[in-house]
Design a protein around this ligand. Sequence first.
Ligand code: FAD
Length: 447
Amino acid sequence: MSRPRVVIIGAGFAGYRCARTLARITRDRADITLLNPTDYFLYLPLLPQVAAGVLEARRVTVSLPDTLRGVRLVLGGADGVDLDGRTVHYSDPEGGAGSLGYDRLVLAVGSVNKLLPVPGVAEHAHGFRGLPEALYLRDHVTRQVELAAAEDDPGRSAARCTFVVVGAGYTGTEVAAQMQMLTDRLVRRHPLPGGVRPRWMLLDVAPRVLPELDERLSRTADRVLRARGVEVRTGTSVKEATRDGVLLTDGESVASRTLVWCVGVRPDPLVETVGQPLERGRLIVDPYLQLPGRTDVFACGDAAAVPDLERPGEFTPMTAQHAWRQGRVAGENVAGSLGLGRRRRPYRHRDLGFAVDLGGVRAAANPFGVPLSGPAAGAVTRGYHLAALPGNRVRVAADWLLDALLPRQGVQLGLVRAWSVPLDTASPELARVPDGSQPSAQAGDEP
Ligand SMILES: Cc1cc2nc3c(=O)[nH]c(=O)nc-3n(C[C@H](O)[C@H](O)[C@H](O)COP(=O)(O)OP(=O)(O)OC[C@H]3O[C@@H](n4cnc5c(N)ncnc54)[C@H](O)[C@@H]3O)c2cc1C
């Protein structure tokens, strides 16, 4: 008898764990294919440290071919799923097309930047969802400081060194915290005219930073950021963005060349095309992670609305912790549904707490509900990441040690240009370069 075919779309927290679990259980008795645009799993929570130059980019990647034995990697992005025909259609990174037939399908496509209809934002802001964005931001910020240092005009210099981050969830908060420390180091090497200091602003419409987390974490983060000079503006957002700055909702106009958009995420648009019931854009699944009425299709992670059995009536939040654990249950249940593993089980998980890295030795964390701040939280946060990383632990720890002992390298590599990291990551065609030619520079490109 031929081996059953399992296709997993997406190799993030949920898809990677699902593939790994399934391969371990089935031991070559199933044909497992993982469809993903990159050949690596990306550990997103450490991305702000890549932008700040604490970690080298490859440290937060884990090679799919090296770590997923018995799983076939297909490089590409799914364009559509034919549930009745049990086929996934995809495009490869060079514009070719293909299709994959399956007996079981796992949708684990994660989420993309959430766009809001604010004039100028799509053209002038940058998101923070992947390695290209992190590398672009590092170069861009370094360049602004270097150009500002050479400016004769203090006004232009101050504008270049004003950085606006919108969205004070964990992504925006960590980006502001890490990047503020980077610019502080950069200006020591490149003093700004007139003693100008880099200015970091962190905006959110919510009344506090980290609005979705425990209030005690918010208070710690707020205190640490303000002590470092970050302007935390709650109840405020951006009304309009231009090449030269932003207009805030409170009427203030801020001259700046940097707008980082961290207002949240929405499920990957592929899920809308599947034609199944959605809850706020996420695919509704049962506690076994199966689509209702479709015993051959599973979904997990940010893309799925999974009933939260610990909080009846609610769905699990979009976090790495849930995605990682759901991936395992999805793998077990797929194996079970093929008669290759144990009986299926429902997904149930209580949050173990959250850790927000605030740069240096500072963090805000509440492991098992115990609120921590300062170096204790910093140690717990780093320990948590080391334990959670599915690879590269020694390299990451070595980078942390080197960053503590040596001056950080502050050079631009210029590998990622503004046009190749559009805010609308849900439209990859925006970033595609036809025939090797470069798209015309957008207004957001640097001079
Ligand atoms: C900067 C940042 C920091 C974060 N920090 C934390 C944190 O500290 N703690 C926490 O709990 N959560 C954190 N999160 C959120 C967490 O990373 C997500 O909840 C988690 O990644 C969701 O996992 P996932 O597997 O559903 O999706 P993802 O990890 O996003 O993976 C989705 C995968 O699917 C691929 N994909 C997408 N579309 C297609 C397609 N059409 N075809 C094929 N493949 C596709 C993507 O390329 C990606 O590889 C952070 C997020 C960001 C951006």
